[in-house]
Design a protein. Structure first.
Length: 368
């Protein structure tokens, strides 16, 4: 655009007596006028009684442009600064288009719904009272057995085995809902806390994945469970996953996460703990390592040890200060350091948490 025209617009903007908020509202008004012109031009249903040519659409486009740039001039921005920001936003637009072209829906999603494992509240709920559980469990197990354990439905047994009853009730509910039950023991420096959640895979798009998560949430609540977190993970090349590291935290509480299953014997546990501490401090037996996130350990409560005592300790690595390619590179570095330090690992998962309603839920474990 010619400089003399921009100077003319700038002069008009300075002389305009509207406040910033009034100019913003004026912009909204002009956007409405543009929509009013676009709808009949696009033959939208219910607007065919109006005939609009493309010159009218252009007129409204220019009105939106003028009201927008007037705000920038009112704030004292120069043409060069406006051009620089326009270029930055154009680059971001290009990045979004590239990601959209790479990712073709439907895509795989993994849904985790975490429930409260507050046992007193569990006992107090109507659905989990002693009499109700007796009715449900006897109906499902007419031989009065749950698994291999024979149950005597007495108040004493109920009180002494409430944690087991809680887990069994949750597993039974998950079976009816059509999801997998998981209990993860999160290892902190001082103790172990348990996270009780569902796990299910889903193929679709953002909306259908969200709707599926809400179905699970609603059914868990119908079974009397208190939902404390809804988390949806997807592939790291999802269009919303950042491909450029901005140096800032990923917006909306999103983050990259990787799970590495490490096979160890009980006598190797201390060495693995030291290895993970080394990752977080930037140095392991394999040498220096630069990571943007935090590594922690956990175990799947339902997966038991082998006859020789060997078990899977899950190394979780999470970062919200990186890009998809950088995160993948960091995970590869962790794998290399694991190998150098003599650890054997199995399945490695790399995911992008696209939706998390309670990021701080495991803050005592993963840290800030």
């Amino acid at each position: 655009m010619k400089k003399d025209l921009l100077d003319y617009i700038k002069n008009l903007s300075v002389k305009d007596k509207k406040t910033l908020s009034q100019k913003a509202l004026k912009t909204c008004e002009e956007v409405g006028e543009l929509a009013k012109a676009i709808l009949p031009f696009d033959s939208a249903h219910g607007t065919s009684h109006r005939f609009v040519d493309k010159e009218k659409v252009l007129e409204e486009i220019v009105d939106v442009f003028l009201t927008n740039i007037s705000i920038a001039y009112s704030l004292g921005f120069t043409d060069e600064e406006i051009e620089e920001m326009t270029y930055k936003k154009a680059l971001k637009w290009n990045e979004i288009q590239i990601k959209e072209e790479k990712a073709e829906f439907p895509l795989p999603f993994e849904i985790h719904i975490t429930i409260s494992n507050d046992l007193p509240k569990f006992c107090d709920s109507k659905q989990h009272s002693l009499s109700y559980l007796v009715h449900i469990l006897e109906k499902e197990h007419p031989d009065n057995k749950l698994g291999k354990k024979s149950f005597t439905y007495s108040e004493k047994y109920y009180n002494e085995n409430i944690k087991s009853i809680f887990i069994d009730t949750f597993r039974s509910a998950c079976k009816r809902i059509g999801v997998k039950p998981i209990v993860i023991d999160l290892e902190t420096k001082d103790n172990i806390t348990s996270d009780v959640m569902t796990s299910s895979r889903f193929i679709g798009d953002n909306r259908t994945a969200y709707e599926e998560s809400q179905r699970i949430v609603n059914e868990l609540r119908e079974h009397g469970f208190n939902v404390v977190r809804t988390k949806i993970e997807t592939v790291p090349w999802h269009p919303s996953a950042p491909t450029i590291n901005s140096g800032l935290s990923i917006p909306n509480g999103c983050y990259f996460e990787s799970h590495i299953g490490i096979s160890i014997l009980p006598k190797e546990k201390e060495s693995l703990n030291n290895f993970v501490n080394g990752l977080n401090y930037g140095c392991t037996q394999g040498g220096k390592i630069e990571l943007s996130g935090v590594a922690k350990l956990s175990r799947n409560f339902f997966k038991k040890s082998n006859e020789d005592g060997r078990f899977i300790n899950i190394l979780t690595y999470r970062s919200n200060l990186t890009s998809s390619s950088e995160f993948t590179s960091e995970v590869n570095s962790i794998k290399s350091h694991l190998t150098t330090s003599g650890f054997n690992f199995e399945k490695v998962e790399v995911e992008y948490a696209i939706y998390d309603t309670n990021v701080s839920h495991d803050i005592d474990w993963i840290g800030k």
